[in-house]
Design a protein around this ligand. Structure first.
Ligand SMILES: NC(=O)c1ccc[n+]([C@@H]2O[C@H](COP(=O)([O-])OP(=O)(O)OC[C@H]3O[C@@H](n4cnc5c(N)ncnc54)[C@H](OP(=O)(O)O)[C@@H]3O)[C@@H](O)[C@H]2O)c1
Length: 249
């Protein structure tokens, strides 16, 4: 990880769960971490926790589904830190409903956050990365459900959104290769992780009981996996990393 010391990374959804753990781990490794999320108070709490470490955490409030917010956030990165080396597309939502009864606004929120905002953030980040000739890396926090659909109800368009992330990672890799870019692309796909997203489903009847009983990963496990992915030499590209809790299907 030494070569990333002092480099700039944007982490979306840094206010909680996996994004907060990733941000903390990257600050420990000496990176300048720009954390995006809607809840500024949570980002500021993390900034306080991460003071006097090798790197620095910079909170930037942004709703990633709002293109103006995203543009403002990337402009902040350029104006204050000069450039960008890594993007971690982590922000994501899942809302309990079936495809039979979920409302359109709920479907839109999941697809706009997990798919569209990820594509827009990637485009803007890659623009900045390509302005300098240095190394770059885009990591999508995907899911095992972006590769195989489990028999767990109430996930409506969530699994479709993660299959889209699988496709977006592969398409981005091809687009970058066509223009001769050396920016690496990784899809990092966790199984169940103990976070607020999972907790939101615990009260949702049958799915709550399934989730409660299932083995789970910790957010730090995903942060450690990201450090491994970033730490590989520049000629090595981990395209896909699937991490499941031991004992899961
Ligand atoms: N937990 C799991 O079991 C699991 C498994 C596989 C994959 N994943 C994926 O891992 C990623 C992180 O999930 P998590 O489990 O850590 O969930 P989480 O604890 O609920 O955190 C989600 C993060 O996304 C942010 N976010 C949501 N909508 C946003 C928006 N419109 N604009 C900006 N930020 C937004 C939230 O911040 P604000 O609310 O402050 O905006 C929060 O920081 C997601 O992509 C999820 O699909 C999770």
């Amino acid at each position: 990880m030494e070569r990333w010391y002092g480099k700039v990374v944007v982490v979306t959804g840094a206010s909680a769960g996996i994004g907060a753990a990733i941000s903390a781990k990257l600050v420990e490794n000496g990176l300048q971490v720009v954390g995006l999320a809607r809840r500024l108070d949570k980002l500021q709490d993390l900034e306080t926790q991460l003071q006097n470490r090798p790197g620095k955490f910079h909170p930037v409030q942004a709703d990633i589904t709002n293109e103006d917010d995203l543009n403002r956030a990337f402009a902040w990165v350029k104006n204050n830190l000069g450039t960008l080396h890594i993007l971690v597309n982590n922000a994501g939502v899942a809302k309990p409903a079936t495809l039979l009864d979920g409302n359109t606004e709920l479907f839109k929120q999941v697809l706009e956050t997990n798919v569209l905002a990820l594509a827009v953030a990637t485009r803007e980040a890659v623009k900045i990365m390509r302005e300098n000739a240095e190394e770059g890396h885009v990591v999508h926090i995907n899911s095992t459900t972006g590769h195989r659909i489990p028999n767990v109800p109430l996930m409506n368009v969530y699994y479709a959104s993660k299959y889209a992330v699988t496709a977006l990672a592969e398409t981005l890799r091809m687009d970058l290769r066509r223009v001769g870019s050396k920016i690496r692309v990784t899809s990092l796909s966790p199984g169940l992780v103990e976070t607020d997203m999972v907790n939101d489903f615990l009260t949702a009847g049958v799915v709550g009981k399934l989730i409660e009983a299932a083995p789970k990963l910790h957010p730090e496990d995903i942060a450690n996996a990201l450090v491994y992915v970033l730490g590989t030499p520049p000629h090595v590209q981990i395209k896909e990393l699937i991490i499941s809790p031991t004992g899961s299907e």
